[in-house]
Ligand binder design. Structure first.
Ligand code: MN
Length: 726
């Protein structure tokens, strides 16, 4: 009893050392409460049970956790193992403590069965997700650490089971949270029970070489210290044996004997600032020879768990390689305690220093925005897995589903046949409805029957995962074609009416093939079936029908107008026109002048209705027009020139000449004298000393163009001038 009291006092002292504002009366009353509640309960080794929560609280204080966490650690087994309730704890120590205790209790209830690596990862995530508040995980790790430290009195089977669970679940979580020291301890303790012989072998051999290794370490340490002093760098140098599990793993993975594992020692240099880290690195590499490929700069590139350090492996004159880690005090602290280091700085967020550094924590934890400065770590939630939920199969496999998933998602994630034959579902032993939302840690069981009539249509809306929805749709697609066709047809017809279309249009002989092709289905039944099982929506299908209908109607209208126009006498042509060209009553239609024959006012012209719903104007002499009419093709409309006064029109000319100097200048001068603008001119030499000039000129009408052509024909060396396109 005295021992317990003394141990409690040590806890208080430890907690006060990093948290002077600690409420001692509150911590004391938590301890007294735990002692009273666990009264009469003994641990396997015969000691009073309360020693366990007391040591767990010690482990938490070692991590520097806050007051609520220490209290929760003292109380962590009360709800599970005594008559204390959540309400009792909340009334006495506040809701926050009660929730921490409840959280740890929930994690304790998760049963664990050894499975393959993928399952381990899911289980780790499940625990993290279940913890919600990161302190729950930290207390749980502290609890596990103490259980591992006091495993001697457990049965062999129990020891193995716990050791395996620790090695595969808790050590990796500690690693992920950046808690190096805790991780090592958990690994070494697990190894002790998982491979006692291998563990002992390493211990014995380390012991045999202890003297030699210790001498070696002190020699190296002295050397480094002397060099630091020479350079005036302040720092601490320590040497340690590597932890047992890391030696074991090296022997195992590289298939080596203990004697072949050379780098058994590691050194650490801790300095004040980053600049010194790199100075020290330079000095170490000067003192010893660095092994190539073993240098890692985690200061420049921190690990995802915030770990920062420089690592290098070097070899001295004695031929024994060893690792040196160089870091600042601050980095050292983070390396030892990881996320838990967070609580050491109680002065407020500013004390955390570099905001950037804690970006990782912030992504892991969601600190409350409205927390008062004094207690900034009020509630830290793990939101890393907020959009996922982890549940168990009855066999203990962990299934990962999207948050909000129902038994339907669960069943289809096992196998589509399980989903298709599901008749009911149980969660934690109780029958639930299919819309029941699954929670982390639920044990889900699906009852199937070969006579099940298959999924209901409504399941598609209850399923949260895309894969479950797809599988349900596939079932309907396959199993219920007739029904799908009927449903789909009804849905399509309803949508047609809704959009103001006659449902008969679906079977319109002209429209249907185009619509089906656009929707990539081969028959109307296929379309109905697709809509029926949900592979295609009625709205989308009807929109296509509508689009197609609009297109066809527009085209029809233009063709009708064109035909009408062709039968009309010229004087009935309306004034609606563009650029001085009058087309029939095709209001607002686009008019453009064809490039092939470049018509100008005075030319006899004709219009051609093009696909873009415009009219292109050609000369009646144009070879394109003549050949088209010759083939009896329609779509030509009558056009006439309207008011063209003051406008100029581009006309193309081809000048065939004898190649000579100054031809271009003469052409330009001649046209300039005629007040005709040239917009483009290209000249090409032809075989036999000829030259062809291609020009585009702007003229007001056919007469002006004719006059220009005459003048050009009069130039020396010009053989002919023609308008192309005829
Ligand atoms: Mn416990």
């Amino acid at each position: 009893m005295e021992d317990i009291e003394k141990r409690y006092e040590e806890l208080e002292k430890r907690a006060l050392s990093y948290n002077p504002a600690l409420n001692r009366a509150r911590l004391r009353s938590a301890f007294d409460y735990a002692r009273t509640k666990h009264e009469g309960q003994l641990r396997k080794d015969g000691s009073p049970f309360v020693t366990h929560p007391l040591e767990v609280a010690h482990n938490c204080a070692e991590m520097g956790l806050d007051e609520d966490s220490l209290i929760a650690a003292l109380l962590h087994d009360t709800i599970e193992d005594t008559n204390a309730t959540h309400e009792d704890v909340a009334r006495l120590f506040g809701e926050s403590v009660a929730e921490l205790v409840e959280g740890v209790t929930k994690l304790t209830r998760v049963t664990y069965t050894s499975k393959e690596e993928e399952q381990m990862e899911n289980l780790r995530k499940m625990l993290m997700a279940m913890a919600r508040d990161i302190r729950v995980i930290l207390i749980k790790i502290a609890d596990r650490l103490h259980n591992m430290q006091t495993m001697n009195f457990q049965s062999e089977a129990k020891r193995r089971e716990k050791a395996l669970e620790t090695m595969e679940i808790y050590a990796p979580i500690a690693h992920r949270l950046g808690m190096q020291r805790v991780k090592w301890e958990l690994e070494d303790l697990s190894l002790l029970y998982l491979d006692p012989i291998g563990y002992q072998e390493i211990i014995v051999q380390l012991d045999q070489r202890r003297k030699e290794l210790e001498d070696f370490m002190s020699r190296i340490r002295e050397k480094i210290i002397a060099r630091l002093e020479e350079c005036g760098i302040r720092g601490e140098v320590s040497g340690r044996m590597k932890h047992i599990y890391s030696i074991y793993r090296k022997m195992f993975s590289q298939n080596k004997q203990f004697s072949e594992v050379l780098d058994l020692c590691a050194f650490r240099v801790i300095v004040d600032n980053i600049a010194d880290c790199y100075n020290v690195l330079g000095q170490i590499h000067d003192l010893f020879n660095p092994l190539p490929g073993r240098f890692k700069d985690y200061i420049a590139t921190p690990k995802p768990n915030m770990y920062q350090s420089i690592h290098t492996t070097v070899i001295g004159s004695e031929g024994i390689p060893f690792e040196v880690q160089i870091r600042t005090y601050e980095m050292h602290h983070t390396a030892e305690y990881g996320v838990a280091a967070h609580w050491k700085y109680k002065d407020g967020i500013t004390a955390l220093g570099d905001e950037e550094k804690f970006a990782w924590i912030r992504s892991l934890l969601e600190a409350q925005q409205d927390t008062e400065a004094g207690e900034f770590v009020h509630e830290l939630k793990i939101d890393m897995f907020a959009d996922e939920v982890f549940v168990f199969t009855p066999r203990g496999d962990v299934i990962n589903l999207p948050a909000g998933a129902t038994p339907i998602d669960f069943a289809y994630s096992i196998h589509s046949q399980v989903g298709n034959h599901m008749t009911s579902a149980r969660v934690n032993g109780r029958i639930v409805s299919f819309d029941h939302k699954l929670e982390n840690g639920d044990i889900v069981e699906v009852v199937t029957s070969p006579n099940a009539k298959g999924p209901a249509r409504g399941w598609i809306n209850l399923a949260k995962s895309a894969s479950a929805r797809t599988k349900i749709r596939q079932w309907f697609k396959r199993e219920k074609r007739e029904e799908n066709i009927l449903r789909g047809r009804a849905a399509l017809e309803a949508e047609m009416k809704h959009q103001g279309l006659n449902p008969d249009l679906l079977t319109d002989p002209e429209l249907q093939p185009i619509v089906l092709k656009k929707l990539a289905v081969t028959s109307l039944d296929d379309l109905c079936a697709a809509v029926g099982y949900g592979g295609m929506t009625a709205v989308r299908s009807v929109n296509r029908v509508k689009e197609e209908l609009n297109r066809v109607q527009k085209q029809d209208k233009v063709l009708q107008q064109a035909e009408k126009l062709a039968q009309q006498p010229a004087h009935q042509v309306s004034e609606a026109s563009a650029k001085g060209v009058r087309v029939s009553d095709l209001d607002n239609c686009l008019v453009k002048f064809s490039r092939c024959c470049t018509p100008v006012p005075g030319d006899e012209v004709v219009g051609f209705i093009t696909r873009g719903l415009g009219v292109s104007v050609h000369r009646k002499e144009c070879t394109n027009y003549l050949s088209s009419v010759g083939k009896g093709e329609g779509r030509w409309v009558r056009v006439t020139w309207g008011n063209t006064e003051g406008s100029t029109y581009p006309a193309a000319l081809t000048v065939d000449a004898v190649g000579r100097q100054n031809l271009i200048i003469d052409i330009a001068t001649t046209l300039n004298a005629e007040k005709v603008t040239i917009t483009s001119m290209n000249i090409r030499e032809t075989p036999g000393g000829g030259a062809v000039a291609y020009l585009t000129v702007l003229v007001h009408d056919r007469d002006e163009l004719a006059s220009a052509i005459r003048r050009l024909r009069g130039l020396r060396g010009v053989k002919d001038v023609v308008r192309p396109g005829v």
